[in-house]
Design a protein around this ligand. Structure first.
Ligand SMILES: C[S@@+](CC[C@H](N)C(=O)[O-])C[C@H]1O[C@@H](n2cnc3c(N)ncnc32)[C@H](O)[C@@H]1O
Length: 168
């Protein structure tokens, strides 16, 4: 399946890119972040699952609950995280806006409630909480699954443009 790309190299070998906390603060609070390992510099939700959860199978294999925040691992499984967000029906996902890919069509264009395209590029954080030395290298999009997610993003006061999709 065509994926949605990775972050540009920031020159320090980091592979984990955290959501900037001001974005979490603008969108939260969330009930669950199913993909955030320990140690973490800040909470993104009231509860978190990491790679060690579900007996080592990870957060994809847990039961999700409430309003979910999902900035998934940037690997070949990104589509599975988006699919679980859609199945769960109440989630905001943060991914790159690779709008032409098969993954984006199957899990986002065909299943999401709405999308928010940022003005400018996000600068993510390293696992120690410090701001990365360069932006993510690609445009990011917030993907809303369900009305609660849509309302959160719509009312967050972020700079960019929101569109509503006509998916059931
Ligand atoms: C892009 S980072 C986002 C972290 C955090 N959710 C945030 O928004 O800042 C992806 C996170 O997923 C974690 N992760 C990787 N594989 C996982 C799995 N199978 N289950 C749960 N978490 C996983 C990584 O350790 C990393 O902390």
């Amino acid at each position: 399946m065509a994926g949605m790309g990775t972050h540009q190299k920031a020159g320090n070998g980091e592979k984990i890119w955290l959501t900037p906390p001001d974005l979490i603060n603008a969108l939260g609070p969330f009930d669950l972040d199913p993909c955030f390992s320990n140690p973490r510099p800040w909470a993104t939700a009231n509860e978190h699952f990491g790679p060690e959860s579900a007996g080592g199978f990870g957060g994809l294999f847990e039961d999700w609950f409430g309003l979910v925040w999902c900035n998934p691992p940037y690997d070949q499984d990104a589509g599975k995280w988006l699919s679980k967000c859609a199945d769960h029906g109440s989630a905001i996902a943060l991914v790159f806006a690779r709008t032409e890919t098969e993954q984006f069509h199957r899990q986002i264009w065909e299943r999401a409630t709405g999308l928010f395209f940022f003005e400018g590029r996000l600068t993510f954080c390293y696992p120690n909480g410090s701001l990365a030395s360069a932006n993510g290298g690609a445009p990011s999009v917030l993907v809303c699954y369900g009305e609660a997610a849509f309302d959160r993003v719509y009312n967050a006061g972020l700079r960019g443009k929101m569109i509503r999709l006509r998916n059931a």
